[in-house]
Design a protein around this ligand. Structure first.
Ligand code: PLP
Length: 478
């Protein structure tokens, strides 16, 4: 029996791996089965194309290539130069940016590169100049003291975590919270929307060096023109972390005031969420910050991952095709359909709806915490994640919200009718789940009660919903 190229490639790869460590080959095969069978609504995940996946599994992984295109600290980087230059070119063309740095290994790394580039650009510091020539691990205690002394407590203003901001925007669990004196802007308690007047007021009072926009759990568009005006009014550098919605920018769903690239001094992103590429990060900027950004390695990054840069080049080439714009607009149409379906069934949504790829359900209306809801949905074959809602009384661990997103299911081809059916399944589970009690009979924020027959029936319906939309239909392994 003959196979298509994708099936042959993945089958052969597994055969080679199986000969060395069969358990790894089995786990890779099992992961495909699990992904095929789950109704994946995690807003930050997607399914990269076979071409993108295959671009990562090769000998580019063996190459060290510190430095930048044409200026490496290692010999023999001509082919790495080719893929890094291609990825950067596709990124510049796709997003209309003057400069693209495609080395960051992740979104967190991209943000760190951006922060240090801004510090180097804005703060006169000999210690920082010295640090930029080395990897952070090679800095001595004295270097760090000098850095702290010279950089002082630089200020960053970013979106609060419970309003949907990200840890890397100056919060304690991340190094950014230790590098900067941080203050947050939240959302209007009545509408759940960003109140730009309040952001302007906070900026006037706090006078940040960096104003950060971007989010992980805000279901609306952000007006980047207004945010840039606010940054300019206080002399702040305006940075946008578009990790979540880069695919919507690439697909020209977010244009004009809602496209961050023409408005921000610097833009960071991941490449694996709505952009549908390999796991990784990227920084876009104008010529003013380009030199500083290119110092990301060795300042904060280990050696570049050439195999991932190759995959970024492939995925970005895919995102430049006309059908990606169609994909991006279907992501948003699907999110609307999902939100409408939930609202019609009585769910409460943060901001009352969505205009991007994600929906945040406030599950307190069902008498549940996010933790209980997340687990009950998982028992029913629906993969989501719990998330804080603004002013969440249950904090960041238990939470009161469930975040759902449409990039992954849209990649599989599900449309508005399936989103409505998904809303029905989610509502059924949440409606039929009740909060449980701990061993002492006291109310628990983690325990819940869901009739296993309901979970089983919903799980079966979720599986049926996916049947007409096979994941990686071009790949057969067995
Ligand atoms: N920035 C935002 C807005 C994110 O949502 C995330 C990931 O969830 C990141 C940065 C970090 O990305 P990574 O996990 O690739 O480091």
């Amino acid at each position: 029996m003959s196979h298509n190229a994708e099936s042959t490639a993945f089958r052969s790869a597994l055969e080679v791996i199986r000969a060395v460590e069969p358990r790894v080959a089995d786990a890779i095969g099992a992961e495909l089965v699990d992904q095929r069978e789950s109704l994946k609504l995690i807003a930050s995940e997607n399914y990269a194309s076979p071409a993108t996946l295959l671009a990562m599994g090769n000998w580019f992984s063996d190459k060290y290539a510190e430095g930048t295109v044409g200026r490496r600290f290692y010999a023999g980087c001509q082919n790495v130069d080719t893929v890094e230059a291609l990825a950067a070119e596709h990124a510049r063309e796709l997003f209309g940016a003057a400069h693209a740095y495609v080395q960051p290994h992740s979104g967190i790394d991209a943000n760190l590169v951006a922060f240090w580039a801004i510090l180097a650009d804005r703060v006169e510091s000999p210690a920082l100049k010295k640090a930029q020539k080395r990897h952070v691990n090679d800095l001595t205690e004295a270097d760090w003291f000098a850095l702290r002394r010279e950089l002082g407590d630089q200020r960053m203003l970013g979106m609060s975590l419970d309003a949907g901001g990200h840890l890397t925007h100056g919060f304690r669990p991340n190094i950014s919270g230790k590098m900067f004196d941080q203050r947050s802007y939240g959302t209007d308690p009545a509408t759940g929307l960003i109140d730009y007047d309040r952001v302007a007021e906070a900026a006037r009072e706090f006078r940040p060096l960096i104003l950060v926009a971007g989010y992980s759990a805000y279901p609306r568009k952000v007006n980047f023109r207004i945010m840039r005006e606010i940054a300019d009014s206080v002399g702040a550098t305006f940075m946008v972390d578009m990790a979540h919605f880069a695919g919507l920018v690439a697909g020209k769903v977010f244009t004009g005031d809602f496209d961050p690239v023409p408005h921000a001094h610097i833009v960071t992103t991941t490449t694996h969420k709505s952009l549908r590429g390999p796991r990784g990060g990227m920084v876009l900027c104008g010529p003013e910050l380009a030199d500083q950004v290119d110092r990301g390695c060795p300042m904060v990054l280990g050696g570049p991952l050439p195999h991932v840069m190759a995959a970024k080049a492939v995925a970005l080439a895919e995102a430049r095709r006309p059908d990606f714009a169609d994909y991006a607009s279907r992501i948003v149409d699907n999110a609307h359909a999902l939100a409408d379906g939930l609202l019609r069934r009585g769910a409460s949504l943060v901001t009352g709806g969505t205009d991007n790829h994600l929906v945040l359900i406030d599950v307190s209306g069902y008498g549940l915490t996010g933790r209980q809801a997340e687990q009950a949905l998982l028992d029913s074959g629906i993969v989501t994640n719990r998330n804080a809602v603004p002013q969440d009384p249950n904090g960041a661990w238990y939470t009161s919200g469930i975040r759902i997103g449409t990039p992954a299911l849209t990649t599989r081809g599900l449309g508005a009718a399936e989103m409505d059916a998904t809303a029905e399944l989610i509502h059924t589970v949440l409606d039929r789940t009740t909060a449980g009690t701990g061993p002492d009979g006291a109310p628990s924020k983690a325990k819940y009660v869901l009739d296993p027959a309901v979970a089983e029936s919903v799980g079966k319906q979720a599986a049926d919903l996916l049947t007409p939309f096979p994941l990686y239909p071009e790949v057969t392994l067995g």
